[in-house]
Design a protein around this ligand. Sequence first.
Ligand code: AMP
Ligand code: ZN
Length: 491
Amino acid sequence: MSLRLYDSLTRRLRPFEPVEPGRVRMYTCGPTVYDRAHIGNFRAFTWEDLLRRYLRFKGYETCHVMNLTDVDDRTIAAASARGVPLAEVTDPVIEMFLEDWETLGLEEPEHRPRATRYVDGMIRLIEALSERGLTYESEGSVYFAIGRFPQYGRLAGIDARGLTATGRAAGDEEYDKDDPRDFVLWKGGDRGSGETVAVWDSPWGPGRPGWHLECSAMAMHHLGETLDIHAGGVDNLFPHHTNEIAQSEGATGKEFSRFWLHAEHLLVEGRKMSKSLGNCFTIPELVERGHAPSAIRYLLLSGHYRTQLNFTFDGLEAATKAVARLYEFSHRVREAVEGETDASTDLRGVATRARAAFEAAMDDDLNVSEALSAVFGLVREANHLLDRAHPRAPSGTGAALDVIDAFDRVFGVLALRDRESAGSDEALVAWATAQVGERERARANRDFARADAIRAELEARGVIVEDLAQLTRLRVGPRTIQVPRPLRAAK
Ligand code: AMP
Ligand code: ZN
C-alpha cells in the first residue's frame, strides 16, 4: 500500500515518494518564540508529529527540521517593549515550548535550528538572489522583486501580475519598495529604536533578515535545495510559504519542495482563538485544570488535518474516555497473550482486517477518523471474543496486540497514558507514605479510631498495608515501600 498526500501546490492527492529512496527530508515551520505556544499551534505541531511518525511507520527514515523563529517583528517588539536583549525574551519561551513538546509526547526532530544562528546563510541566500537579478536595495533594505519572478504566487493561487497594492497581505514589509507587492529579504537596522535589539552586519549595512527568508535558509542548510515535504498551518500558505518558494527557487532554479502540506486551524468552542476572547489555552493551563496530556494529544489528533478542528471541553472529556477504552483494551489483550488459549475463538481475522483498514486509512492522506474507527472496531469485536472465551483467552491475541502497537507507534497516546499512570503511582506512593506517618502519630496518641480510618482510606485507594514488627509495608501496584516505625519514647 502506498501513501498519498494532498499537495497544496498542485492541489491534488499524489502518491508520496521521497527523492532519495527510504529517506524523507521534511521541514515544518516552528513557533515564533515571543510567547508560550497555544493549543492552536500545537494542533499544527501534533499533526506534524503524526505525519513524521506515520512516515517512520511506513519504513522511511526521516530528516526532519523544525525551526525556532527567534527573530522577527513579534520577538523584537516583545524585547523592545521590555527594554531587554532579544534572547531574554526568546530563551525562556523556547524552554516552555520544549516542555510542552515533551508533555505531549512529540518526537524530537533531527534538527531544531534557531534563526539567529543562521544569519550568515541568510545573507548568502540574498547574495545568490541578487546575482540572479531578483533583488534591489533601497535605503539599507533589500527586497525581492516579484515582478521579475513570473511564477510567483502559484501556491496561494495568486497571479503575480494581478496583485495590486491593495491586494497584498498586510505584513511586516512597510518600507521603501519599488513595487508594493515586493517583500523584504533584509531589513535595514537603523530604522527606529525597535530594530536595535537585533542587528547583524551585512553587505548592505546593519540590519536583520526577513522572516520568510529565515525558513528558506534553515531548510536548505540542513536538507539541501529540494525537500520532500514542507508543512505548516494554513495561515502559512500566503505570504510565508509563497515567499519561501520565490526566494528558494529564485536562488537555486530548482523545485524547493515536492509536497506542500497545510493543516487547518483549531477553533475553541466553535470560535477563532484570540487573546481578547480568552480562549488561547496553553498546554499547562489544560493540565492544571486536570486534563491528561494523553487526552489533549488524542483530541488534537482526532480530526482530519485539512478540516478545522473544534476544541471543546466536552470533546476533551470524550477524548479522555476514548483513551481509557484503548488503554484498558491494550492491557486486557496483553494479559490474554500470556493466558491459556481457547482454540474455539480466534482474534486473528478481526485483527488482520483492522490492521489493513488502519493502514489503508492512514495511507489515504492521513485519514485519522477512518483509522480510529478501524481500531475501535477491533476493540469492540475483540472484547466480545475475549468475553466469550473467558476465563481462557482466544487464540490470535498476538495479532490484536500488533494492531494496538501499530496504532500507538503512530498516535503515541498510550505511551503517554503509561507515563501518566507511572506519574500518578508516584503521587500515590508519596501520599500513602505520608498517611503512614499520620497513622503512627494517631497510634502514639492512642487515637485508634483515627488510625483505623487512615488504614481504611489507604485500602480504599488500592494500597495494601501490612504491619510488621519494625516497619509498615505498603504495596502500591507492583511496588513495595517500607516505612520504618518511629521509636516510641519510653514513658
Ligand atoms: P507561529 O508561532 O505564529 O509562527 O505559528 C506556529 C505554527 O502554528 C504555524 O504552523 C501556524 O500555522 C500554526 N498555527 C497558528 N495558529 C493556529 C491555530 N489556531 N490552529 C492551528 N495552527 C495554528
Ligand atoms: Zn516557516
